[in-house]
Write a protein of this length. Structure first.
Ligand code: IPM
Ligand code: MG
Length: 363
């Protein structure tokens, strides 16, 4: 473990700046309590960068990210930029930074906290105890294939290419097997092998890599069946690995099982320890600037960063325990509150976490 780290902080749009303020407060407290120091370098991405720099991903931002130990990202996007052409959309900045930093593995854990079971729209007995993780391939597939528009016989045609090569599939499989090995040793690979050629390659590479992990049980599921099983019996899943677009959809579905997308963190990793950490939720323009956003997904993303990129496992555990303790004590932001009139705001929630963190790190 080093004793000083540089963190790139990219707040983005909407509630991004508010929730990253909370994240930085948590890191400052971790620094105080552990003696490790963090240097923050701020950069723009998404809509704010379009407005300020004329591009959703300025070179400067990519440079800052590359020279840091890890990246913390808020959220991008908002109605202001929704009508923009592709290259001037906030989302293009997000795809660009994923690709530019080689972050091919996106980890999206969906864990049901016992005191939030009632927040799910599904029956308590179906969701209580859900603890799964979606590993989404993040830099290939249809998101990054060639896109075309042309006219044939006077009709407009649009084309999106879906390409995967063996190497791309193999590396995401290895990441997933490694994760499964540290959990309950069950990996479900999700594809559409009954229709798509890329899925048939996906499945055969999964089978081949499985030979190196005899201790992990590999199963295959078609994506439509998986979408159904996630709401029917989510506890059957431990680790799910899937391609980029299926992972986009299934991870939102998995997130919603917990009833609180405002609670879910994500990590995007490449080779090595470097990573980008962001909440799974979006920029929530409707509540931006009101001080009511739930900072917990971002704070839990900080925990993932401490663990994966900074080798600060103890601090990571302490941050997670602090969040669970605050929830167990009954503190709720509006998105997860049964009684909205008693909901607290972003700063108050963060303050409770900071208080708990001191206790947890002393333990
Ligand atoms: C996500 C988001 C992005 C994606 C959008 C904003 C481009 O939905 O991170 O899941 O589709 O990857
Ligand atoms: Mg998504």
């Amino acid at each position: 473990m080093k004793n000083s780290y540089q963190i790139a902080v990219l707040p983005g749009d909407g509630i991004g700046p508010e929730i990253l303020d909370a994240a930085v407060k948590v890191l400052d407290r971790v620094a105080e309590l552990t003696g490790v120091s963090f240097r923050y370098v701020y950069g723009r991405i998404g809509g704010c960068a379009i407005d300020e720099d004329g591009t959703p991903l300025p070179d400067e931002t990519l440079r800052i990210a590359k020279e840091s130990d890890a990246v913390l990202l808020g959220a991008v996007g908002g109605p202001k930029w929704d009508q923009n052409p592709g290259h001037l959309r906030p989302e293009t900045g997000l795809l660009g930074i994923r690709k530019g930093l080689g972050l091919f593995a996106n980890l999206r854990p969906a864990t049901m906290h016992p005191s939030l079971v009632e927040a799910s729209s599904l029956k308590p007995e179906v969701v209580a105890g859900v603890d799964l993780i979606v590993v989404r391939e993040l830099t290939g597939g249809i998101y990054f294939g060639e896109k075309k528009r042309y006219t044939v016989d006077g009709r407009e045609v649009a084309e999106d290419q879906l390409i995967y090569n063996e190497a791309e599939i193999e590396r995401i499989m290895r990441v997933s097997f490694e994760i499964a090995r540290k959990r309950n040793k069950r990996l479900c690979s999700v594809d559409k092998a009954n229709v798509l050629e890329s899925s048939r390659l996906w499945r055969s590479v999964a089978e081949r890599v499985a030979n190196d992990y005899p201790d992990v049980e590999l199963t295959h599921m078609l994506v439509d069946a998986c979408a159904m099983q996630l709401v029917r019996a989510p506890k059957q899943f431990d680790v799910i690995v899937t391609e980029n677009m299926f992972g986009d959809i299934l991870s939102d579905e998995a997130a919603m099982l917990t009833g609180s997308i405002g609670m879910l963190a994500s990590a995007s990793l490449g080779e090595g320890s470097f990573g980008l950490y962001e909440p799974v939720h979006g920029s929530a323009p409707d509540i931006a600037g009101k001080g009511v956003a739930n900072p917990l997904a971002t704070i839990l993303s900080v925990a993932l960063m401490l663990r994966h990129s900074l080798a600060m496992d103890q601090a990571a555990d302490a941050v997670e325990r602090a969040v669970w303790a605050v929830l167990a004590a009954g503190h709720r932001t509006a998105d997860i509150a049964a009684d909205k009139s008693r909901a607290i705001g972003t700063e108050q929630m963060t303050a409770y976490v900071l208080e708990e963190l001191a206790k947890q790190l002393e333990n």
